[in-house]
Design a protein around this ligand. Structure first.
Ligand code: BES
Ligand code: ZN
Length: 636
């Protein structure tokens, strides 16, 4: 007989009582202009999430309490989750949860007689979605407890051996739940349409520090590490990291976690985070999550950053030593408004998260570093997006409102959502003017705080609060072309960078042979100028590659963005001397943005054997998500 009486039970009962007290603030201060005359349309639009099994229109999970052993020997999270739910449809008797590769051991409902086992079924596993778990929730229960463990191959978890860490002595675990991997960590309604609060009680081996995307509440009398997230979040923001992790404060409410080897450098690299938070708050209203910390993960982390609330997860490839790549911090922090506070309710509307965030990121970069840097970033982004549009498998994947038959939510996270999305907002900003557009966006974040919405909800809110005041600023046809049409509309802003114009002139004079590489005026170039220069290189001779390389030591450069841009060129031109360093890069860096394209370029340039050879060697060190993606790239 399984004992469902876990230590967490008392904790949950207590939380049930106090939830009201820690409900998020949704009102704004009186001096907040956005609070004046804001109309929230009563009509709400619905777009189904095709990547969940959950019956979230009938029953919704409101709170999860995790009680888990982090077992590094078996590479599993082992324990229980207690879910509190509400019936939206009176009489609903089934709760459908998402699961993937979970071992379910027992399920019980809370009744007057205590915890009583209940019936459940698991459907056959789909390779993308996993298995639906249908639980009989009876007629009166409001809480459900599931005893389970994760699989060692859970796609949302990477378990690193001590040898795979910098310190070499202790193991490391980190999660990545977006877009549909929370279901590999716990049985949950794994859709951004559902928001829940959570708490956790974790047991980890001595000497390791666990962190979650929550307030870190310390160790209880029994040695359990406790966490709570009182603001309702979508499941993809549940996150955990465990390792030999140290902390360094940047100020009273912002700090960095990292392995010791990179702690000081990280705190220095990210020293301007407080100013970023101030700029963001100034533009779009209060930061509503308490602390903001960053954790610099091991190099196999497959993203540049992940906006886990209160604790952004960051790649170590940002630690360039010169703060040149901190737009990723601005980006993840900006998600505290766009994405985490106001969330896309389904992945077809991913641009509501990523396009808004890329826009806010650029506004914050401009506020901190000025227009010159912000415009350079706009131009680099536009160049990348145009390539993404030209490479799209079908035109519907270049719409902001994505089609209803995407195969995987990854299809939603191309530069279309990010940069076409941001450019739609640049277009609106230019038409309405910042004086009107900035307070409008602030009022939007306030109106839909802690809510999950669709593109159509945003458009309705804009009609009611902005277009009503400036009816001639934009036409329906223009908006429709941006949102429901392919490619980049002609009405897009055309950013021009003087800095890049100079780079282009220099580049032309070198490729014409007017000047030697070593004499090029590059001393004052920022990483951005280097990226523009490298990305724009025409086909070069081997001698020209050598000349550049010996003048600027590009092969083996420590700035990961510059290295990536150079290796892409080196692959294209068959420049052999860069290949050992490229191999080293692929063996040590797991950031998808770089490695998916490097493997793709090797393949496209007739180096499939080399790509396969390196992948075979590097694979075990890559994150499960990256392993799958590269497998797909090389199989195509
Ligand atoms: N939310 C994304 C990361 C992500 C995307 C995770 C899709 C899972 C699925 C994050 O905010 C992000 O966009 N990171 C970017 C950096 C940004 C500056 C463009 C990245 O990882 O490169
Ligand atoms: Zn993002």
């Amino acid at each position: 007989m399984i004992d469902f009486r876990l230590s967490t039970f008392t904790l949950i009962a207590a939380v049930g009582v106090t939830l009201g007290a820690c409900a998020p603030e949704t009102t704004s201060s009186p001096k907040d202009v956005s609070a004046v005359d804001v109309i929230i349309p009563s009509e709400r639009f619905f777009t189904a999430d095709q990547f969940t099994y959950a019956n979230y229109q009938e029953v919704v999970v409101k709170h999860a309490a995790l009680d888990l052993d982090v077992n590094f020997d078996r590479k599993v999270l082992d324990g229980a989750v207690t879910l509190r739910f509400e019936r939206l449809k009176p009489g609903a008797r089934t709760l459908i949860l998402d699961t993937k590769d979970l071992l379910i051991k027992a399920v019980a409902l809370e009744t007057e007689d205590g915890w009583v086992p209940t019936r459940y079924t698991l459907t056959e596993a789909d390779t993308v979605l996993g298995s639906a778990m249908n639980v009989d929730i009876g007629t009166d229960a409001t809480q459900l407890r599931i005893i389970y463990e994760t699989s060692p191959k859970a796609e949302g978890l990477q378990w690193l051996t001590p040898a795979q860490t910098a310190g070499k002595e202790k193991p490391y675990l980190f999660s990545q739940a977006q877009a549909l991997y929370a279901r590999t960590m716990l049985p949950i309604q794994d859709t951004p349409a559902v928001r829940l609060t959570y708490e956790a009680s974790l047991r980890v081996p001595d000497g390791l520090l666990p962190l979650m995307s929550a307030s870190q509440d310390g160790q209880d009398a029994d040695g359990n590490w406790t966490f709570s997230m009182p603001q309702p979040i979508p499941s993809y923001l549940i996150a955990i990291a465990v390792g030999d992790i140290k902390f360094k404060a940047i100020n009273d409410t912002i700090g960095v976690y990292a392995e010791q080897y990179i702690l000081d450098a990280s705190a220095e690299e990210f020293a301007e985070t407080p100013q970023m938070e101030m700029a963001n708050t100034e533009l779009y209203g209060p930061y509503r999550w308490g602390r903001y910390d960053l954790i610099v993960l091991p190099p196999s982390f497959p993203y540049g950053g992940m906006e886990n609330p209160r604790l952004s997860f960051m790649t170590p490839t940002l630690i360039a030593g010169d703060k040149s790549l901190t737009n990723v911090v601005a980006h993840e922090l900006a998600h505290s408004w766009s994405g985490n506070l106001v969330t896309n309710s389904n992945w077809r509307d991913a641009w509501l998260n990523e396009g808004f965030t890329s826009y806010v990121e650029n506004r914050v970069m401009e506020a901190l570093y000025g227009e010159r840097r912000a415009v350079m970033e706009q131009v680099l982004d536009l160049e990348g997006m145009k390539r993404a549009i030209s490479e799209a498998a079908r035109p519907e994947l270049t719409h902001l409102k994505l089609p209803d038959d995407m195969k995987h939510p990854d299809d939603a996270f191309t530069l279309v959502s990010y940069i076409k999305g941001a450019n739609f907002l640049f277009f609106l900003e230019d038409r309405f003017g910042r004086d009107a557009f900035d307070p409008f966006l602030k009022s939007y974040f306030n109106a839909y705080a802690f809510d999950s919405i669709t593109t159509e909800d945003f458009l309705g809110f804009m009609d009611a609060n902005l277009r009503n005041k400036f009816p001639d600023a934009v036409t329906d046809a223009e908006i429709s072309e941006w949102v429901y049409g392919p490619g980049l509309p002609d009405t897009a802003r055309k950013p021009e960078s003087d800095a890049f114009a100079e780079v282009d002139a220099v580049s032309a004079s070198w490729t014409r042979g007017d000047i030697r590489a070593a004499k090029l005026p590059t001393e004052k170039w920022s990483t951005h100028e280097w990226l523009h220069f490298l990305n724009g290189l025409p086909n070069l001779t081997q001698a020209q590659y050598e000349e550049l390389d010996s003048a600027f030591a590009l092969t083996g450069t420590q700035n990961a963005e510059t290295a990536f841009a150079w290796y892409m060129q080196a692959i294209k031109g068959g420049y052999e001397p860069a290949m050992p360093a490229l191999e080293d890069f692929l063996m040590t860096v797991g950031r998808g943005k770089f490695i998916y394209r490097l493997y793709g370029a090797l393949k496209d340039n007739g180096q499939t054997d080399m790509a396969n050879r390196i992948f075979a060697k590097a694979k075990a060190g890559y994150h499960p998500i990256a392993q799958r993606r590269i497998g797909d790239v090389l199989a195509k």
